[in-house]
Every structure is written in structure tokens, then in C-alpha cells.
Write a protein that binds this ligand. Structure first.
Ligand code: ADP
Length: 316
């Protein structure tokens, strides 16, 4: 079979959690259309409750969708559920490791569940790749949180799936371990594995992902390359350090200003409408002498806030 153009394709995906005695009906996914290109590192971002986990759980076959279609590696999850599931490895948000297995046993059991023949198993390779070789025979309950999380990644990869999904993989993992984990993820991607990840660390998404979808209230509000997403905002900021530190950001007509550390302040302007020159002129006109300036490009964080903040005025 030819390789599919998209690792994952969701069309009109809807998930409604039915009402219970204590909670109303919840429309978690309201018609998601997403095509995740094969070979990408794809970031799925959105505020809490946006529907990211529901989406991932649907792909993983853990949540039953209400309607719509999903194809994983070209295989429809309704008509070819086993083939679809064989094509993805999912690292869930919660650590669920059996405390009575060693990492080696844990991987062997997982490989057994996926019916991976013994001679095709990569237990040692995976343990080494995730920095767990020297813990191969320790009980899982003796591992640190970071080690357990890496073991979850190894478990998700035992059947060598072409698509790896990571749900908040670095929550609660320290900086060094995050770096290790990302190195491994990037290496897998280099070997051809498509990576889909959700993360709250926008900087990480900005650094790692080549494509990003932003989900809000069960809908995709943006889906494009990271570069074009960052290019969407036509705002820039100038950070001004005045000769005399200010205690409050000065009001400058036509600009948004914010106090920064050390008595500095930022002035945000629209590139289509103003220039750094005009910003500086406005600062001087406000009677401030400038010691230093630095310009800032918008970050993914700015785009994210712009796309997920409800800007519709309240109706009285
Ligand atoms: P995210 O992962 O982006 O934080 P979720 O997919 O967990 O979002 O949740 C989306 C919405 O669906 C939320 O409003 C959440 O409360 C609701 N939800 C999630 N799981 C369930 C469930 N099992 N039953 C009812 N509602 C749920």
C-alpha cells in the first residue's frame, strides 16, 4: 500500500458526552476537521477543556465518537479498527504503570498484547533510547516520575507504530528530562514517525512543531505551519528602558503599554499602522528620555491568546 498523505484525518468529528444526573450534556468536539500530514511533528494546542484529550482518546479507541469519520494511516477506525489501532502508539496523560513489573517485563507484556513476534521485539533498544537501560530490572514502583513517563513512551512504541501521540508528555517532568524526551521524539520523527502532541508549554510547541492546530471549545480555530501562525499577528513590541525607571507604564495614545521589570515598559504597535519611529516619538513626547530599546516578535503565546480569548461582547 502506498504511504498515506495524512497520518491522521478527522472529518466532521463530533463527541457529545451525554448528560448525567449531576452534569448537563457536554459537546466536547463540535465538528473537528483535521488532516495531520505524514512525517510532521504536529502540535495540538488549546486551553483546558478545549477537547484535546477527547480527540486523542477517540483516536486511541478509548472514547466512542458521536459522529464523523477518523482515519489513522489511511485506515478508518470504524471499518478497520484493529489496523487503525496498530498504526498508533499513545502516551496517555496519566501514568498507568504496573508497579509489580520491571520496565523490561512491562515492555514484553505490552509487546505480547500487540502480538509482536519475539524476534521483532525491541525491548533493549527502547530501554536504552529512553535512558532506562540501567533500570531494566528494577520494579516500576522504584522509578522516579520522569522514568515512569519515559517508560510510557517506550510502551507506546513497542509495536513500532508510524504515528506516536503524546498527551501532555512533559507535565511535571523537570527541564533536563523534558530535553531528553524531546531529543528522543525528534529522533523518532527523523526516522519517519509522525508525532502528534498536546502541550501546555507554548514555547516548546513553537520550538518543536512544524504544524500546529489550535482547538477552542471543541472546534479547530487555526491549523497551519508554525511559521505562518506566528506571522498572523501583525503586532510587535518595543521594550523601552527609560533613563529614569517608571513605576507605571505611561499612557501613549494609539499604543498598548505594559510595565516591565526594572522600571522598563513595553509598547505594542501594529506593523501595518505604525513604526518603531512613531513609538519612540510618542515616548519622547510623553516626556521620557530613552536609555535603551529592544524589539520583540510575537510569540505563539500571543497568537494563542488572540485566538482563544472570547472577544464577543457580553449581551446584556
Ligand atoms: P482538554 O483535554 O482540551 O482539556 P477534554 O477533552 O478533557 O479537554 O474535555 C473537553 C470537555 O469535555 C470538557 O468540558 C470536559 O469537562 C468534558 N469531558 C471530558 N471528558 C468527559 C467525560 N468522560 N464525561 C463528560 N464530560 C467530559
Amino acid at each position: 500500500m502506498d504511504l498515506p498523505e495524512f497520518a491522521i484525518e478527522a472529518t466532521g468529528l463530533v463527541k457529545t458526552y451525554p448528560a448525567t444526573k449531576t452534569t448537563p450534556e457536554m459537546k466536547a468536539l463540535r465538528g473537528i476537521d483535521l488532516a495531520i500530514p505524514r512525517g510532521s511533528i504536529f502540535g495540538l494546542l488549546g486551553p483546558n477543556g478545549a477537547g484535546k484529550s477527547t480527540f486523542i482518546n477517540t483516536l486511541a479507541g478509548l472514547t466512542k465518537k458521536t459522529s464523523g469519520t477518523v482515519k489513522i494511516w489511511g485506515r478508518d477506525i470504524d471499518t478497520h479498527p484493529r489496523d487503525a489501532r496498530a498504526a498508533i502508539g499513545v502516551v496517555p496523560q496519566e501514568i498507568a504503570a504496573d508497579p509489580f513489573f520491571t520496565p523490561r517485563e512491562s515492555l514484553e507484556v505490552q509487546a505480547g498484547m500487540y502480538a509482536v513476534p519475539r524476534k521483532e521485539r525491541r525491548t533493549d533498544e527502547l530501554l536504552a533510547a529512553l535512558g532506562l537501560a540501567d533500570k531494566a530490572n528494577a520494579y516500576v514502583r522504584q522509578l522516579s516520575g520522569g522514568m515512569k513517563r519515559r517508560l510510557m513512551v517506550a510502551k507506546a512504541m513497542v509495536h513500532n507504530p508510524p504515528v506516536l501521540i503524546l498527551d501532555e508528555p512533559t507535565a511535571g517532568v523537570d527541564v533536563e528530562l523534558r530535553r531528553q524526551l524531546w531529543n528522543y521524539v525528534v529522533e523518532l520523527n527523523r526516522q519517519g514517525v509522525t508525532i502528534v502532541l498536546t502541550t501546555h508549554y507554548l514555547e516548546e510547541a513553537q520550538a518543536l512543531c512544524d504544524q500546529i492546530a489550535i482547538v477552542n471549545k471543541g472546534q479547530v480555530v487555526a491549523c497551519e505551519s508554525t511559521a505562518s501562525l506566528l506571522g498572523r499577528l501583525d503586532t510587535r513590541s518595543v521594550v523601552v528602558t527609560p533613563e529614569t525607571p517608571v513605576e507605571a507604564a505611561p499612557a501613549l495614545a494609539g499604543f498598548e503599554t505594559k510595565l516591565r521589570a526594572g522600571g522598563a515598559f513595553s509598547v505594542t504597535y501594529r506593523t501595518g499602522q505604525s513604526s518603531v519611529e512613531q513609538v519612540l516619538a510618542a515616548v519622547r513626547a510623553a516626556g521620557l528620555r530613552i536609555r535603551d530599546i529592544a524589539t520583540e516578535d510575537p510569540s505563539l503565546e500571543d497568537v494563542f491568546v488572540d485566538l482563544t480569548t472570547d472577544k464577543t461582547p457580553e449581551v446584556a
